[in-house]
Design a protein around this ligand. Structure first.
Ligand SMILES: NC(=O)c1ccc[n+]([C@@H]2O[C@H](COP(=O)([O-])OP(=O)(O)OC[C@H]3O[C@@H](n4cnc5c(N)ncnc54)[C@H](OP(=O)(O)O)[C@@H]3O)[C@@H](O)[C@H]2O)c1
Length: 250
């Protein structure tokens, strides 16, 4: 590891869950550029190793599949053993399944809730004690928590719950001056859409519904996460910033 003394996160250590792909990977790259050391997590070993190669020696990859919550205890132990404590946590891991409301099975419901809600809750519960006083937590929600899209009922509900957690955690962590805020992306061009099996027609419909007329780039979310993670947002607590090309507002 090398020490970068310049940048808005100089000397800071950040943990980014789901840092192997899309928004999490772009955020890890930006945080490194801004002087932080980063720990990235993911569940897929191959993508984790690829991310480690891309990110270089100031990044530490740790495998932690949130589907098994016991992995979060292991993650906390690994973080403690490698860096001791840290400053910033971006809770970003998530999946988006696509199924009409009438066809959602109990097992699909349970899996999405476990990764997107229970996983977020217990990631913060296990890792917050390792954070330094005055640190910053950023949660990743979605514009769909404020609107709706066919086939995304479970996903949107999990993220609306995470938006609520942003407030609850904020009020409980006041004692350690740890700020909690959320970023709510609109449609961003990441692998999540192909994992959902989005057809060309569905992609076109998403585009037509987005006032700005294009998908966002992961870097356009990373910049906002950097703002929320850094002291630039020092007077913000329990807030959610929409970064959605006008989807929910216009
Ligand atoms: N892209 C969008 O349009 C959009 C819009 C609004 C909100 N978001 C949110 O942004 C976040 C990142 O998504 P993305 O678009 O960047 O998608 P992505 O490229 O698919 O990245 C998802 C990340 O989450 C990790 N992950 C998935 N399941 C996991 C599990 N069981 N345990 C641990 N890690 C797991 C993945 O790790 P592996 O690579 O190991 O699977 C990957 O690093 C998600 O929370 C998503 O809901 C995305």
């Amino acid at each position: 590891m090398t020490t970068n003394t310049a940048g808005r996160l100089a000397g800071k250590i950040a943990v980014i869950t789901g840092g192997t792909s899309g928004i999490g990977l772009a955020t890890a790259q930006l945080f490194l550029k801004e002087g932080a050391k980063v720990i990235v997590t993911g569940q897929n070993e191959e993508r984790l190793q690829q991310a480690a190669t891309t990110l270089g020696s100031n990044a530490i990859p740790i495998r932690a599949d949130v589907l098994d919550l016991a992995n979060l205890d292991h993650l906390a132990e690994q973080i403690k053993a490698t860096v001791g404590s840290f400053d910033t946590l971006f809770v970003n891991s998530g999946v988006a399944r696509n199924a009409p409301f009438r066809e959602v099975t109990v097992s699909a419901f349970d899996e999405e809730i476990t990764i997107n809600l229970k996983g977020v809750f217990f990631t913060v519960q296990k890792l917050e004690p390792l954070m330094k006083e005055g640190g910053s937590i950023v949660l990743n929600t979605t514009t769909l928590a404020q609107t709706a899209m066919v086939g995304e009922s479970v996903y949107s509900a999990t993220k609306a719950a995470v938006r609520s957690l942003t407030r609850s955690m904020s009020v409980e962590f006041l004692d350690r001056k740890i700020r909690v805020n959320a970023v709510a992306p609109g449609p961003i061009d990441t692998p999540i859409w192909s994992k959902m099996g989005l057809t060309q027609e569905a992609a076109q419909a998403v585009l037509q519904r987005t006032p700005i007329g294009r998908f966002g780039k992961p870097e356009e979310i990373a910049g906002v996460v950097l703002f929320l993670a850094s002291d630039d947002s020092s007077f913000m607590l329990g807030e959610e910033i929409l970064v959605d090309g006008g989807w929910a507002t216009l």
